[in-house]
Design a binder for this molecule. Structure first.
Ligand code: AHR
Length: 505
């Protein structure tokens, strides 16, 4: 065991609040996410509440999902919400051109989504159609969702069975407009986004967080155009239109054309994955720096509203359905993101992993009536204590351990900490798949006691869960965690994500 991290945490120097919304989820009409994953219909043999899978809801409640983004993704920009309300057997059909070219019957629409949010106890993040929809549709949808009086859309909602308006927290204006969302130039999108956001009104006491669809990866010029043309409108009506600007970043080992397998990979692909995942720090910092120039007080949030691993689809599955397994490696990618989120919580206040069930880096995978929790699910479950906690920066006393990947050093340990409700929660990740790691954290400025460790680890980073072996990768107690005069010492197995909870005395 070598000392991989020797760091200091000042318990009396609080950082920013870690928004719970950094732990958001994403459910698109894509492959088997909505249909089969969430929605089985009222007549299904699979236990359900008004058509929504009971086992999926029960599992997700363990994650305290703070918000759920829907209906896309690329799908959002060809979705016409009026097709998804009213009696199900009268709803028109459409073609989901982005994802498998399948016919969508609109049986899961606005009411079903809002019912799902209520079952999960989560806040909705609804994304408007800017690519192929109209400003009027956007305006009407917000009125339908959030208005309480006898306005035309409120009346229509009542006719469709819902009296009270819903609360809608996040409202997305567009999605990847530089690509599937219309192939627009940044200034074109800015003009469209301003119009849509103007008519996405705050009705009654509902206050929308309007999210302008943002850049891919490190396209900082897109963010700069948005900050110039969308986010800050000058002194007259400062920041009335948008409350957040987003970007998307996916992790894979290879290239977009050949991303690599979710479960069959060697050490080179493993390390390439980690190097890519850790790059999220550079991207967050880069977008934040652009925003700082226009909005130094950080009133406008940065949102990473799509992130996660993207592998080649599993053999024999529809390439348009983006179905992939989820291994211990995926949980480590998630852990690395969480630490980056915590360290950047002042500006980054919304994030959504793609996607919750059966698509990309999922929490849950279903097979007929069966359900498994993925390693990524467990990483989220172990991290719920960071939601709305106060970040405690981890400062290293000496350089942390590194592995050299293609001439670039990649840190093999990652850590973050927060405090809430009289407790301190520390997250510790050992990315090295071949060696255990010792971590020392000098917890100063307050007295802590009773460390309780939990670890998610596997002998092989490709280890994963299946319906026949659903608990191959599952959390267990982390033995040997100790406090030496205020210094937390933990031994992490290879390829491990651990949390340690301590009590403030
Ligand atoms: O999450 C899958 C897809 O990835 C989304 O629909 C799109 O926004 C992104 O390209």
């Amino acid at each position: 065991h070598h000392l991989a991290l020797d760091a200091v945490v000042d318990l009396d120097v609080p950082g920013p609040t870690i928004s719970r919304h950094l732990y958001g989820q994403f459910a698109e009409h894509l492959g088997r996410c909505i249909y089969e994953g969430f929605w089985v219909g009222e007549d299904s043999d699979i236990p359900n509440t008004a058509g929504i899978r009971a086992d999926v809801v029960e599992a997700l409640r363990e994650l305290s999902v703070p918000n759920l983004r829907w209906p896309g993704g690329c799908f959002a920009d060809e979705y016409h919400w009026q097709d998804g309300v009213g009696p199900r057997d009268h709803r028109p059909r459409m073609v989901n051109t982005h994802w498998g070219d399948v016919v969508e019957d609109n049986s899961f629409g606005t009411h079903e989504f809002m019912a799902l949010c209520e079952l999960l106890g989560t806040e909705p993040y609804v994304s408007a159609n800017v690519g192929s929809g109209t400003v009027q549709e956007t305006s009407d949808w917000v009125e339908y969702l959030t208005r309480g009086d006898d306005a035309p859309m409120a009346r229509l909602r009542r006719r469709n069975g819902r009296d009270e308006p819903w609360k809608v927290t996040f409202f997305g204006i567009g999605n990847e407009p530089w690509g599937c969302g219309g192939n627009l130039r940044a200034d074109q999108f800015a003009s469209l986004a301003r119009a849509h956001a103007t008519y996405a009104r705050n009705h009654g006491d509902n206050r929308l967080v309007r999210v302008a669809a943002g850049a891919s990866d490190d396209d900082y010029s897109w963010t700069e155009t948005l900050m110039q043309q969308v986010a800050t409108l000058g002194d007259a009506e400062p920041r009335d239109l948008f409350q957040a600007v987003s970007f998307h970043f996916y992790t894979f080992a290879g290239t977009w054309g050949a991303k690599g397998s979710a479960t069959e990979f060697g050490r080179d692909e493993y390390w390439a994955t980690m190097r890519k995942a850790l790059d999220v720090r550079r991207l967050i910092a880069g977008h934040a720096a652009v925003m700082d120039a226009y909005d130094p007080q950080a009133r406008i949030a940065l949102a990473l509203d799509e992130w996660g691993t993207w592998w080649d689809v599993e053999r024999g599955t529809n390439p348009g359905f983006l179905y992939q397994q989820n291994a211990m490696r995926d949980a480590l990618v998630a852990a690395v993101h969480f630490d980056a989120f915590h360290d950047n919580a002042r500006r980054l206040r919304l994030a959504n992993i793609a996607q919750t069930v059966n698509v990309l880096q999922s929490m849950l995978l279903t097979d007929g009536a069966r359900l498994i929790r993925t390693p990524t699910f467990h990483a989220f479950a172990m991290s719920t204590g960071h939601q709305d906690a106060t970040a405690l920066p981890v400062r290293e006393r000496s350089p942390r351990a590194h592995h050299v990947v293609g001439g670039t050093p990649v840190a093999t340990v990652s850590a973050s900490a927060s405090t809430k409700d009289g407790a301190v929660l520390v997250s510790l990740t050992n990315l090295d798949p071949d060696a255990a790691a010792t971590v020392r954290l000098d917890l100063r400025g307050a007295v802590v006691a009773d460390p309780v460790g939990t670890v998610l680890a596997a002998d092989d980073p490709a280890a994963h869960n299946t319906v026949d072996a659903p608990d191959t990768v599952a959390p267990r107690p982390l033995d040997g965690v100790r406090l030496d005069d205020g210094v937390l010492v933990a031994e992490l197995p290879a390829a491990a994500f651990a949390t340690v909870r301590l009590t403030l005395t």
